[in-house]
Write a protein that binds this ligand. Structure first.
Ligand code: SF4
Length: 294
């Protein structure tokens, strides 16, 4: 099979996996939250979310009606041939998935308000490229819900305030967001680099499994502190009260200009959808986060 056909099939499969089957770490975290939630309303919401997840799997239907903006992360081995064909293959996969899964058409022209009808358009699906050594191509998809996207926030803290400023920025963002991002949420947080870099890193951090903590103990400690602080807000599942507002926090950073301290917080909703597969040089495919169930 030619490379572009393999890429198209894999992109289609991971997209279908992502919108139907939440990753295990997210399901486990939601189950744990259900057993630990003390608010009756919060518990009811978590039960509804867990039932929803089960029904989606049973009927092979998207776990949420908002199937999100489609974002791909491509890790391309420097030895992989035909990289110039990957984008077109991914776009074909998105169009096919929109019809066959089906996905809600979520790509709208900001000037005319016209929906393209197939989840593609200018710069959509988003493709983030990384060139790495080797001969394999790793594709990851994230489908990012609109409600959680609406409250993503970038800003600048006073450099003198440093990490203290970052913490305040994040907690304020969570309080301001309230029910909008369909909590419980996962937070990707980043600082440094510049306004664009910190938001890119924050969003990419949402791909990390909830079971994975930062290898730097200082950053892992900060992740825990922010998790605890945001769960003290009382916003709770779907914003109806409770102690489960945030399921997990991932922090990344880049070096910064001495005069600037860019910070960004990317929200993901409970329907935190991602899937990854690797295509080897001989065309074999390994699904890394999900089983192929069809
Ligand atoms: S924010 Fe997430 S859970 Fe809420 S409607 Fe959008 S995709 Fe669904």
């Amino acid at each position: 099979m030619e490379v572009s056909k393999i890429v198209e099939n894999v992109a289609f499969n991971i997209l279908k996996q992502a919108v139907i089957y939440l990753p295990d770490d997210v399901k486990q975290a939601l189950k744990k939250a259900y057993t630990e939630e003390t608010s009756e309303t919060g518990k009811t919401q978590l039960k509804a979310i867990l039932d929803n997840i089960e029904l989606a799997e049973k009927y092979q239907a998207p776990v949420c009606q908002d199937t999100g903006t489609i974002i791909f992360y491509v890790k391309a081995g420097s030895g992989v041939k035909d990289l110039d064909k990957v984008e077109a293959a991914v776009i074909s996969a998105v169009k096919r998935a929109t019809k066959e899964v089906p996905l809600r058409p979520n790509a709208v022209d900001p000037f005319t308000g016209k929906n393209s009808g197939d989840n593609t358009g200018r710069s959509i699906p988003v493709l983030n490229w990384e060139i790495v050594p080797g001969n394999s191509l790793e594709l990851t998809v994230m489908t990012k819900g609109g409600g959680s996207e609406n409250v993503c926030l970038g800003g600048m803290v006073v450099p003198g305030e440093g990490i203290k400023g970052l913490k305040k920025f994040v907690v304020d963002a969570v309080v301001k967001a309230g029910a909008q991002p369909c909590p419980p949420n996962i937070l990707g947080i980043a600082m440094g680099g510049g306004a664009d870099v910190s938001m890119k890193l924050a969003k990419k951090a949402l791909l990390k499994p909830l079971t994975e903590h930062n290898p730097d103990p200082e950053i892992a400690k900060l992740e825990k502190e922010i998790l605890e602080a945001t769960n003290m807000t009382g916003i709770g599942p779907m914003g109806l009260g409770g102690k489960t507002t945030v399921l997990g926090v991932h922090i990344d950073y880049a070096h910064r200009h001495p005069a600037s301290f860019p910070v960004a917080v990317a929200f993901n909703c409970w329907a935190s959808r991602r899937s990854t597969a690797r295509i080897s040089v001989d065309g074999t495919v390994e699904y890394l986060t999900h089983k192929l169930l069809w």
